[in-house]
Design a protein around this ligand. Structure first.
Ligand code: IMP
Length: 178
């Protein structure tokens, strides 16, 4: 375990098993719908890569990038799109793939923004959900794990751009970010 990590929440094996379950559900739900999976960079890159390997359907993969916390562990509430979609999603079934749902401000903004493109449907798949800190009403259709209010890193999630490469999800020691 990395020395800045206090506790491992989900091991590689636990993540793999849960993601396979989500993939199986989506494979059933999106049969014949040719969905577009939209990953929110950077945090979702690892989750998206593993989730895609569990989806047994014709589908497309896209990425968008939004501004995140910078070096702080609290959201500012300001969301900025730094990389937009390359494709037209009008009349398409879209699934936003996110690493973690915290205040909900990012996904609330993205849902409204993407709804403006007139998709046939739009749903959220988040690996982690931290409901205690919610400030905007967002309802993910697919959630990997609901977690307590702690700052987590690894498996794509960062603090100050670090720890994304850890293969597990762990709670960061508070002294690292305080
Ligand atoms: P929200 O807009 O507050 O829901 O924030 C979502 C974004 O905040 C995520 O995509 C992450 O980039 C970041 N974030 C929220 N909580 C954590 C955490 O515990 N660890 C790492 N990043 C986090």
């Amino acid at each position: 375990m990395h020395r800045d990590v206090e506790k491992v929440l989900y091991t590689e094996v636990a993540l793999k098993e849960r993601i396979a379950e989500l993939g199986r559900r989506m494979t059933v739900d999106y049969q014949g719908k040719n969905p577009v999976f939209i990953g929110v960079l950077k945090g979702s890159f690892m989750f998206m890569a593993d989730l895609m390997r569990t989806i047994d359907l014709p589908c497309e993969v896209e990425f968008m990038a939004v501004s995140s916390y910078g070096n702080k562990s609290e959201t500012t509430g300001a969301v900025r799109i730094t990389q937009d979609l390359d494709m037209d999603i009008e009349n398409r079934h879209a699934i936003i793939v996110e690493d973690i749902l915290d205040s909900g401000l990012t996904l609330n903004y993205l849902i409204n923004y993407l709804n403006g493109r007139k998709p046939a449907s739009i749903e959220i798949c988040t690996l982690l959900d931290k409901p205690e800190r919610r400030r905007a009403q967002v309802s993910p259709k697919y959630t990997g794990f609901t977690i307590p209010d702690a700052f987590v890193v690894g498996y794509g999630l960062d603090f100050a751009q670090r720890y994304r490469n850890l293969p597990y999800i762990g709670i960061l020691k508070p002294e690292v970010y305080q």
